[in-house]
Design a protein around this ligand. Structure first.
Ligand SMILES: Cc1cc2nc3c(=O)[nH]c(=O)nc-3n(C[C@H](O)[C@H](O)[C@H](O)COP(=O)(O)OP(=O)(O)OC[C@H]3O[C@@H](n4cnc5c(N)ncnc54)[C@H](O)[C@@H]3O)c2cc1C
Length: 444
């Protein structure tokens, strides 16, 4: 047994895994809940940062089973709005609408749009009800001393002191769930790989908009530069624009001016929001395409955005965050069942497969998102529509249905890493475009 375990377990008592989760976003609260329910002693550091608006409002269908496992689907449904599908408006003539129900039961038939602060609060409340100790503090992490038990990362002294449940002893496992703050990576000097785009996103909530699509349907519109989202919430519409920095600069000097101008110059956005009223400030995000080069080590692990985030296109963030929480909880389950305290090195070995799986998932989403930006996905849709339109047959319809099903399996999060679905898309993206030029449908 290593030093932390000796200190943690008392004679005759089962050893309890002591975990510090830093960050009470969706990922941190979900992981804290799952671990506490399995008997871990979990301390959750919550910096209390609850801005009026947070991105991550549109969820993919694969989130639904995780919400059910956490026991928060009912609360989510009460807070949010059922999301039946997504519409892509690529040009006045190239528009594609998808309903998740069409791909059931392979894909959950719906998802949700949620106001994020309320959703985060619900997940935190759920964690506390599961016996998690909340510490209202902004945590600090630092490299562990070399002469310790082999752990690489430790809570800084004042952070440890702020957590009475830890009794002055370092936890067995430190989880970085700090999102884009990337606390562990910063403390350990771990680099992140930046994605190919250098976009900036501006968004706000509006009231009094005109909505002609299905209630809850998310609408993605390609703009002259970049793209926009419209995410219907219960009583508001979230509108965001995502575009390159030079194009953002050309739209206006301030985030509010840029968002206003983007709405004014796009006929579709103008029809939706022209008569509406902005009811929040405009929030900006940038530098978000980052994937950490390591995700776990001796006595520590990164989850959610702290490990990596791909892109707002297709809304994979909250799913990837909640899925990483599930995977880490599952990887630790054998120790919790046995009542054994693993050494930092044993934890690293147990968590390595999770880190590899999460990295593969992030890569698969990056590849999928690239199909939308470089125009191959809309080109494929146009080619498919043209092909079926040239004279429908049972075989053609079945083939088109098969292709759409595999796209849905990936974009819903249900099987994003499936080798077959990915290969199918790759082959079609190369050979199945039937003369439709992706570049003409690319997002600038
Ligand atoms: C422009 C944009 C649009 C997006 N749209 C969507 C979308 O529609 N759907 C979707 O699913 N995802 C979307 N995302 C991604 C989504 O927001 C994230 O993937 C998701 O929030 C990740 O959850 P998390 O728990 O890992 O991190 P976070 O939600 O960032 O939570 C981290 C928490 O840790 C706290 N924290 C930070 N530092 C400390 C500290 N030192 N001590 C204690 N606490 C700390 C933070 O305050 C925060 O509460 C979008 C992202 C961007 C950039």
């Amino acid at each position: 047994m290593h030093a932390r375990a000796n200190r943690a377990s008392r004679a005759g008592e089962p050893a309890v895994l002591r975990v510090a989760v830093v960050g009470a976003g969706p990922c941190g609260s979900a992981l804290a809940t799952l671990l506490a329910r399995r008997g871990a002693d979990v301390t959750l550091f919550d910096d209390g940062h609850r801005p009026e608006l947070l991105v991550g409002e549109s969820l993919v269908p694969a989130v639904v089973p995780i919400l059910q496992r956490l026991g928060v689907e009912e609360t989510t449904a009460a807070l949010g709005l059922l999301k039946p599908g997504v519409s892509f408006i690529w040009s006045p003539t190239d528009q594609f609408s998808f309903s998740f129900a069409r791909f059931a039961p392979a894909v959950p038939p719906y998802a949700y749009n949620v106001p994020r602060p309320g959703f985060d609060e619900a997940l935190l409340t759920n964690a506390l009800a599961s016996g998690v100790h909340r510490v209202g503090a902004r945590a600090r992490l630092e490299p562990a001393p070399q002469n310790g038990d082999g752990a690489e990362l430790a809570l800084a002294p004042e952070t440890l002191a702020a957590a009475p449940a830890l009794g002055g002893r370092q936890p067995d496992l430190v989880v970085d769930a700090t999102g884009r703050a990337r606390l562990a990576a910063r403390a350990l000097g771990i680099h992140a790989q930046a994605g190919p785009r250098n976009d900036v996103a501006h968004f706000a909530h509006f009231e009094g908009c005109r909505w002609e699509d299905e209630p809850g349907q998310v609408v993605i519109t390609r703009l002259e530069a970049g793209w926009s989202w419209c995410i219907p919430l219960r009583d508001r519409l979230s509108i965001g624009i995502v575009l390159g920095r030079p194009d953002a600069d050309r739209l206006g000097r301030t985030p509010a001016a840029r968002l206003e101008r983007a709405i004014a110059v796009d006929s579709r956005l103008q029809a939706i929001a022209g008569g509406g009223r902005r009811v929040t400030s405009v929030v900006t995000y940038s530098n978000y395409q980052l994937i950490s080069q390591r995700g776990a080590g001796r006595g520590w692990v990164m989850v959610g955005d702290a490990f990596g985030f791909v892109d707002p296109m297709l809304s994979p963030g909250v799913f990837l965050a909640l899925r990483s929480a599930e995977s880490v909880a599952d990887a630790l389950a054998p120790f919790l069942r046995r009542g054994a305290i693993p050494s930092p090195a044993e934890l690293a070995s147990a968590l390595d497969p999770y880190a590899a799986e999460q990295a593969a998932m992030l890569r698969a989403w990056s590849d999928l998102v690239a199909y939308f930006y470089d125009g191959r996905m809309p080109a494929l849709m146009c080619a498919g529509r043209g092909w079926v339109g040239e004279g429908s047959s049972v075989v053609k319809s079945a083939a088109q249905g098969h292709i759409e099903r595999h796209i849905a399996l990936q974009a819903s999060g249900v099987r994003t890493t499936s080798r077959y679905s990915r290969t199918l898309l790759r082959v079609l993206g190369r050979h199945g475009l039937r003369g439709v030029e992706p570049v003409s449908l690319a997002i600038r």
